[in-house]
Design a protein around this ligand. Structure first.
Ligand SMILES: C[S@@+](CC[C@H](N)C(=O)[O-])C[C@H]1O[C@@H](n2cnc3c(N)ncnc32)[C@H](O)[C@@H]1O
Length: 326
């Protein structure tokens, strides 16, 4: 169980404001990692000048973006507004990416509202300059929904590219053993079965990922307060397949800093951004904690625990508003 939980920060602007005094970055500032050359910017990713400053003349091999989905968390915009907003950060991504590069975008579809913003987004991408490459579904084990509809268990991941990007297919395997024996083929005079001929005894994930657990509070990588966290395993899979060591990977919606941690583990340089200084601080602290302890999250605590226990205003706020007592 959580000992020192934080409530959802995305829906609590007041708590984010109370935590701002413990954050290193203010609007427009960039944190430069002295160890592995990662960068974290507290900027609006639709702002082309701010993104240019973050890139400082460099280009990335890979972009992994996970914007607010426009119906679950954060503020909801009209679909047209969301698409116009997306056009801007997509353009900034195009300008920040190398001639041969990949871009992955996590996005949801509101089933109750004509699959917005997903439907409009894929139409908009036709004019983006990126080529469409694949449409991946991550199948959650735990779902939500009612008895009157199919349980929602999917997360959509769009894959586009520019030029001819790297794809390290040999890195991409699941932990699921091949179990279906099937066809036989004669190789060098010997009749062999397909499992014997394969490069691995495990199956490839393909474009339906069934082997990734979504983040929940019992997992070590859980970052209390961050409701929209993506699983590290999924991000590591993308980073391994679509970039090489020392490459720059961008993520314009850092939140808990999952792409940053994946890049640290896999020796890539991550240039990431979040509009909110609290999420920038959480990302920096998550990296620092990982380096110090090898832990990827705060399963029984939270990134601001040390400050909160000494801050009566926040303790009072958590107790009254959320019934969380420190
Ligand atoms: C869905 S979360 C990303 C989750 C992330 N993949 C993770 O694993 O933690 C979206 C994040 O985008 C940030 N955001 C929203 N609008 C933004 C903007 N215009 N520029 C930069 N960040 C923005 C939010 O503050 C939020 O932290």
């Amino acid at each position: 169980m959580e000992k020192f939980p934080l409530p959802r920060l995305d829906t609590d602007a007041e708590l984010r404001k109370l935590l701002t005094k413990y954050c290193r970055l203010t609007n427009g500032e960039i944190w430069r990692d002295p160890v592995a050359e990662h960068k974290i910017a507290c900027i609006d990713s639709t702002d082309s000048k701010a993104v240019k400053k973050l890139m400082s003349g460099k280009v990335a091999a890979l972009a992994i973006h996970d914007p607010p989905y426009n119906f679950i968390a954060f503020d909801e915009l009209k679909e047209e507004q969301f698409i116009n907003w997306s056009k801007k950060w997509i353009k900034n991504s195009f300008n920040s990416l190398d001639l041969n590069s990949s871009i992955y975008i996590w996005l949801g579809a509101d089933y109750k509202n004509h699959f917005q913003p997903f439907a409009g987004f894929i139409q908009m991408m036709k004019q983006s300059g990126f080529a469409s490459r694949n449409f991946i579904t991550l199948r959650n084990q735990r779902g939500y929904g009612t008895a009157q509809n199919w349980m929602s268990v999917r997360q959509e991941l769009l894959y586009y590219s520019k030029g001819a990007p790297v794809f390290n297919v040999e890195t991409v395997y699941t932990d699921i053993p091949k179990i279906l024996k099937g066809y036989y083929k004669e190789v060098g005079g010997e009749i062999t079965e397909n499992i014997k001929r394969g490069k691995s005894e495990f199956i490839r994930p393909g474009n339906v990922w069934v082997d990734v657990q979504q983040v929940f509070y019992r997992m070590e990588e859980n970052v209390n307060g961050c409701f929209a966290q993506k699983p590290l395993k999924a991000i590591e899979r993308i980073v391994s397949a679509s970039s090489n060591e020392k490459d720059i990977v961008i993520d314009f919606f850092a939140h808990s800093g999952t792409t940053l941690i994946a890049c640290e583990k896999l020796k890539r340089k991550c240039f990431t951004a979040d509009i909110d200084s609290v999420f920038c601080e959480i990302s920096i602290r998550r990296l620092e904690r990982f380096r110090k302890t090898g832990k990827t999250g705060w399963q029984n605590s939270n990134p601001f625990y040390e400050e909160i226990i000494k801050d009566n205003e926040i303790k009072e706020y958590l107790s009254v508003k959320h019934k969380i007592n420190y």
